[in-house]
Write a protein that binds this ligand. Sequence first.
Ligand SMILES: Nc1ncnc2c1ncn2[C@@H]1O[C@H](COP(=O)(O)OP(=O)(O)OP(=O)(O)O)[C@@H](O)[C@H]1O
Ligand SMILES: [Mg+2]
Length: 344
Amino acid sequence: MSASIDIKDKSLILAIETSCDETSVAVVKDGCEVLSSVIASQIETHKAFGGVVPEVASRKHVEVITLSIEEAVQQAGVDLQDLSAVAVTQGPGLVGALLVGVVAAKSLAFALDKPLIGTHHIAGHIYANRIVGPLEYPCMALVVSGGHTELVHLEEEGRFQLIGRTRDDAVGEAYDKVARALGFPYPGGPHVDKLALGAEETVDLPRSWLAPDSYDFSFSGLKSAVLNAVNQHKMKGQEVPVAAIAKGFQDSVTEVLVEKAVRAVKEYSSKQLLLCGGVAANQGLRQRLTSRCEEEGIPLTIPPHVYCTDNAAMIGAAAHLKWKHGLTSELDLKADPQLKLEEW
Ligand SMILES: Nc1ncnc2c1ncn2[C@@H]1O[C@H](COP(=O)(O)OP(=O)(O)OP(=O)(O)O)[C@@H](O)[C@H]1O
Ligand SMILES: [Mg+2]
C-alpha cells in the first residue's frame, strides 16, 4: 500500500446527526474507532403525541446541539484543530431537524477552517457495521428502520445499489402502528418484540412476498390484518390476545425479511450480510436471521444496539469513505429530506 493511501485511511471526524428525534455527536477515528458518542434522545417528549412531531423535534435539537458537540469533543479528549473534517447527516430525514445539524456543522467547519462532509443517513446505518469490523465486498445490507426497509447491494466500498425497498409502511413504522393498536406507547417495536417472544400461542397472519423475484417489501396489508384481528375480538366482546397477535405479526415480518435477504445474498454472491437500523434491535429478527445465516454459511454482522438506532458514530464511519476519496462538500450544503442513497 502506498504512503498516500495510508494517509488517506487516517482521519479524525466529528460527526453530527439530527435527522429525526436523536441529537447525536461523535468523534470517530479512521472510520471505525469511536472515540466518543453522545446521544440525546427525545423519545420522552414525543411519547405524549404517539409519534415524532417534526416542529418539536427541531426545537429540541436546537436546545442541545451545542452542548452535545462540547461533550463529544471533551469525551474524545481531542483538540478541535486536529480534526480532519466535520461530517453531518444531509438527508433523508425531517427537513427542520436536518437543518439544525447542517447549520451547526457548517458553522463549526467554517470557524475551524476544516472540510465539511454531507453524509447520507442510510449510508450511516449501513456503515455502523464498519465499527464492528472490516467489511468484505460485495456485500448486502438489510436496512430495517423507522422510515426504511431496504436491501442494498454494495459492489464495492461506498457504492450503493438499492435492489429492494418498501412499497408502503417501513418495518419500524408498521411495528409502531401495530403496537399502538395493541395498546402500547411509542416507540412500539420493543413492546411488540417482548410480547412476541413471550407468547405461547400465535394468530396466523399473511406473508407479503409480492412477485416471486421481487426484493420489495409491503407491510400495510399485514398491518390491516392485525387491525382486523383486534377489531374482531373487540366486536365480539372478547379479550384481545395481544401476545398471540404480536407473535403472528413478528413471525410474518421476520420470515419475509430474512428469506428475501438470504435470496439476495445468494443472487448477488455477497460475501457478507449486514443488518442495520433501529429494528435490528428486534430479538425475533436477530434470532431468525442468525440461524438462517448459519444454515446457509453466510457471514452476518449486526452492530451493537447503540449503533443500530440513530447515532452520529455511524455518520462518522460513512463520512470517512468520502474523506478518503476527497469528496468534501461546499459550505452552501443544503439539507435534503429526499437525498438518494445511490447519489450520496
Ligand atoms: N426491538 C425492536 N423490535 C422492533 N422494532 C424496534 C425495536 N427497537 C426499536 N424498534 C423500532 O425502530 C424504529 C426506530 O429506528 P431508527 O431510529 O433506526 O429509525 P429512524 O431513524 O426514525 O428511521 P430512518 O433511519 O429510516 O430515518 C422505531 O420504529 C422502533 O419502534
Ligand atoms: Mg435512522
